[in-house]
Design a protein. Structure first.
Length: 289
């Protein structure tokens, strides 16, 4: 991995994740028994997109099983969780005092200093580290990331003062991004209303009002077009009926079969808005199959 590392700003150093932590581990892979009440036993499915844990529907385990699992390692406020099975590479900085245990699908990372945990969590989410994670993933059907590879992850590491400044700047920029997202949502809603307004203007003839005025006398009235469409509609129906009778080996004796044709329903225009000159109104029949 060393040959892939880029030159850092003056005062920064490349470090392995293991060198910044007192422990990186997971619990025993034997699944504890679930019960209705008890201590939350989270997995990657309880990770939320906003970087927090959803404790509402987590699996619950007994206090006895919890204590057994804690002999190896347990999560505390300030620790970092890294998903290592299934969906690999999701990061959560624990900001709660809630007592819980994490399944073996999650690596528990314990930074040496509480002051650097936020920067480490941020670095783990960055593309430089996520690229390393993708490189180390094993398996296809059930991807997993080994603890040994997690310990070997390289992180760019600045001074504590600069870490604080970086985190402040990230918060500032993310706040701006969130504001931008909200603005886009409002713009999207306005665009939807605008689209509807354009469509309304289109079917009312307002979009082509000036064009219609400029081409008066040149346009075929819609009533003439409708008459031609209705004629073709009847002709098509008759052709289809003749084809069916022919396929059944039948020959019509007279034109009485044509009486079965259903004329198009004339619309009731009494409550409809006035249309532009040359337009007409008609109904649309939907055939439900």
């Amino acid at each position: 991995m060393g040959e892939e590392l880029y030159e850092l700003p003056k005062g920064w150093v490349w470090v392995t994740l293991d060198s910044l932590c007192t422990a990186i581990g997971d619990v025993d892979h034997k699944m504890p028994k679930a019960q209705e009440t008890g201590i939350p036993y989270i997995s990657t499915r309880d990770f939320l997109d906003n970087g927090t844990i959803n404790f509402e529907n987590t699996k619950k385990i007994s206090e006895e099983d919890y204590k057994k699992l804690c002999r190896k390692i347990y999560p505390e406020k300030g620790d970092i969780l890294l998903s290592r099975y299934g969906t690999v590479g999701e990061v959560i900085l624990i900001k709660t005092d809630n007592i819980f245990q994490a399944s073996y699908s999650v690596a528990i990372i314990k930074p040496v200093l509480y002051q650097i945990n936020n920067f480490i969590a941020t670095a783990l989410k960055s593309e430089i580290v996520q690229t390393q994670i993708r490189k180390y993933i094993r398996g296809v059907a059930q991807p997993d990331l080994g603890l040994g590879h997690i310990r070997e992850l390289y992180l760019p590491f600045p001074s504590l003062t600069e870490q604080y400044r970086i985190l402040e700047k990230i918060e500032e920029l993310f706040t701006q991004l969130d504001a931008g997202v909200e603005l886009l949502k409002k713009v999207k809603a306005k665009l939807k209303r605008y689209r509807q307004a354009v469509l309304k203007a289109a079917v009312e003839g307002n979009l082509t009002k000036e064009w219609r005025t400029a081409h008066q006398g040149e346009l075929e009235p819609a009533s003439v077009l409708l008459e031609r469409i209705l004629k073709q509609r009847r002709e098509k129906w008759e052709a289809e009926q003749l084809a069916k009778m022919k396929a059944q080996g039948k020959t019509p004796k007279d034109d009485s079969w044509k009486l079965k044709y259903k004329e198009a329903i004339a619309p009731d225009t009494s409550n409809l808005p006035e249309l532009p000159d040359g337009w007409c109104c008609n109904t649309v029949r939907l055939r439900i199959l």
